[in-house]
Design a protein around this ligand. Sequence first.
Ligand code: UDP
Length: 319
Amino acid sequence: MRVLITGAAGFLGSHLAERFLKEGHEVIGLDNFVTGSRENSAALEAYDGFRLIEHDISDSIFLDEDLDGVLHFASPASPVDYLEIPIQTLKVGSRGTQNALGISLAKGARFFLASTSEVYGDPLVHPQPETYWGNVNPIGVRGCYDEAKRFAEAMTMAYHRHHGVDTRIVRIFNTYGPRMRPGDGRVVSNFIVQALRGDPLSIYGDGEQTRSFCYVDDEVDGIFRLFHSERTEPTNIGNPNEFTIKELAEVVLEETGSTSVLERLPLPQDDPKVRKPDIRVAREVLGWEPQVQLREGIRRTIPFFEAELVRHDAKARTI
Ligand code: UDP
């Protein structure tokens, strides 16, 4: 197969591209490097089957090659990023998704949308099954991301129903692991970088809000299986083990052996109070469930950030 992956130099995009390459497929990676990294694309350039195009998928593009799949992973995904670049975030979820769908339609290629648990907003149903429509504030500061992804889902379903495009939609829950930028701003990278540097760990609010963290290899395996499945409805892929942010801080301190203190910062607007995927569909339809639990995943992630901090004087990024 030959697939196009938008956002291939990003955290998830690069792991996914590598999975396709390792399985013997060709990958055309597209990235504008707004939040993607040159290190990630360099790791992919080591494979013969990889080609990089530097381009913003929010602007249209014509490709000569035949394609079997188009996987749309380009988007800022860290709140710190999308609060800084809300309009680019809205554009890549709307115009970017339409451009990527247009390529799928023209090439007769399967389309795969990277959607998010953020479509559930600050959920009133817990855990969140795919049938839940969500509780999103469209005009709040997170609306640029949440609504862009909700629009992207609607656009994907319209191309599926109206043009017969073969589509898949994954709803990705909090994912972490090697290749996140030290300054990504999400909680796992922030806490590990802060712990390794001896800086205080930035707890937003009282730290009693929960998230359910999925190790990147598990997430990519679920995505890969969904791509090859016949399921067109959105599918949750995430680890259902739920932790408070304070519990996560404890695990990071124990695993790094750090003596950093905890520092309380204001809770950002509309920060969801709880989040946990219902993964019954993924279990039943894909035979998938996460294998790496939080402590083990944190253990596997720490050496990556240690190496990053040796290479450059990187810091965590808080809101
Ligand atoms: N958070 C925190 N300290 C940080 C970064 C995040 O306490 O330095 C909290 C944040 O308020 C949220 C959770 O951790 O409740 C997850 O935040 P993240 O930015 O990783 O992703 P989100 O799930 O909010 O999209």
